[in-house]
Design a protein around this ligand. Structure first.
Ligand SMILES: [Zn+2]
Length: 424
């Protein structure tokens, strides 16, 4: 399969706009320059469109799309215990697949070309990725709450899933080990997770310091701050992708940087669940951490659009720090594209020959993108999901002029509605 994109306005690595053609051969960008006249099986006339790297959503629970709007305006721990966990108990392979398809559909329609997911019934999520043409890094979310018997079962399932699905769909699926968080997992589970990830040479995905309550619980139990606690277990390494990192001290940020940890910052979810404060992004950046953005599940967002995440990320930092210069549009854009790809270990996130062809086209003529003084500013502060016209993932055209080609969108919505009704 080859695709030639003609006459696009491309957003370059430096965030500048330039007229560009792109030739995709197989799943890779083979050329990116003006005036390419190569033959290709598929030609896209992209005049009047903006060509961007697709977004990487690095922290999601896609099946939770079934719970969108089911429990709002509640504090996190109360929200989990009283509303989310009881419904999740009713979710089976079929409902998780339906929820994951709904989430993936929403992600594609908002320009996301890869995501990271941690949940249960992960075979169903992997099947949804396989069915949809999406790219993802998936992990079975392990929880033992200190129970030894449960720990063994969880580790077994986590490793089985990671072994079985890694590299599937010609590499579109990668897997990770996903201990849920330092408060829902024992120190033994965390240590075993790090060992398994070393053995399988894969990433580790967990929630970290999302709330102040979590910080207090860990300090009470271990007399250490959460990052110091994880370090004492030998857990921290460049394999780790830590979601949230809101309640992190400046010293903990330095340690995360030293250990090469990647961050999935989830500003909308943090604000909606009233996490308080704001993740110390400038300190984490200064420490050398790779920063990426995540939506978290649709039950705590309630959207999976990375446009909202980029804008909220920049605004939250400016607001919390009384500093309009902090997290510029260009930085938020980089978090959502090349930062996200790096955090997931994917060779994408830039329109450069040799990179994977995960690309999106936006309608440059849309009213909310006029005038075009600064395209990056327009993309981060003004654009929305409805501006995404075409999506290419792994060198395949997945959405054309907003019509999904790889599956039947109407059926996905119908199934999700049925499954949501059954469980809620
Ligand atoms: Zn989460």
């Amino acid at each position: 399969m080859s695709i030639l994109i003609k006459d696009a306005t491309a957003i370059t690595r430096e965030g500048k706009a330039k007229k560009c053609d792109v030739l995709i051969e197989g799943n890779t960008i083979s050329r990116a320059s003006p005036g390419i006249n190569a033959s290709a099986e598929h030609k896209i006339n992209a005049s009047g469109k903006l060509l961007l790297p697709g977004f990487a959503n690095t922290h999601a629970h896609t099946a939770m799309s079934l719970l969108r709007g089911y429990a709002d305006d509640m504090e996190l721990h109360k929200w989990l215990k009283e509303r989310i966990w009881p419904v999740e108990k009713k979710m089976n392979a079929q409902s998780v697949h339906a929820g994951a398809m709904l989430g993936i559909c929403e992600m594609i329609k908002s320009g996301t070309t890869s995501f990271s997911d941690m949940y249960f019934q992960m075979d169903s999520v992997a099947k949804a990725v396989s069915d949809s043409g999406m790219r993802s890094m998936l992990g079975y979310g392990m929880v033992d709450l200190g129970d030894e018997g449960k720990r063994e079962k969880e580790l077994k399932e986590g490793e089985r899933f990671a072994r079985e699905w890694n590299g599937k769909e010609e590499g579109r699926i990668s897997t990770c080990i996903a201990p849920h968080s330092p408060i829902t997992c024992s120190s033994e589970l965390l240590q075993s997770s790090a060992q398994i990830a070393n053995k399988l040479n894969c990433k580790i995905h967990l929630h970290l310091s999302e709330t102040r309550e979590e910080l207090f619980q860990i300090m009470q139990k271990t007399n250490k701050r959460p990052v110091d606690y994880l370090d004492s277990l030998g857990f921290l390494s460049p394999r780790v992708l830590a979601a949230h990192c809101v309640w992190i001290s400046a010293q903990e940020a330095v340690l995360l940087g030293k250990k090469g940890v990647s961050i999935s910052h989830c500003p909308v979810s943090n604000m909606k669940l009233a996490g308080g404060g704001a993740a110390p992004l400038p300190e984490l950046m200064g420490a050398g951490c790779t920063i990426s953005l995540g939506t978290d599940g649709a039950a705590s967002n309630n959207s999976l659009s990375m446009f909202e995440e980029m804008k909220s990320c920049s605004l939250l930092q400016k607001h919390a720090r009384w500093d309009a210069e902090v997290i510029k549009a260009q930085e938020a854009f980089a978090f959502a594209t090349k930062g996200g790809a790096k955090a997931l270990g994917i060779n994408a996130g830039e329109i450069t020959p040799g990179k994977l062809a995960d690309l999106i086209l936006l309608d440059a003529k849309a009213v909310n993108l006029q005038p075009a003084h600064n395209l990056i500013s327009n993309i981060v502060y003004s654009a929305h999901a409805g501006n995404v016209m075409d999506v290419i993932i792994d060198g395949k055209l997945i959405m054309q002029e907003r019509k999904i080609l790889s599956f039947d969108e109407e059926k996905v919505i119908e199934k999700a509605e049925n499954e949501a009704e059954k469980i809620c």
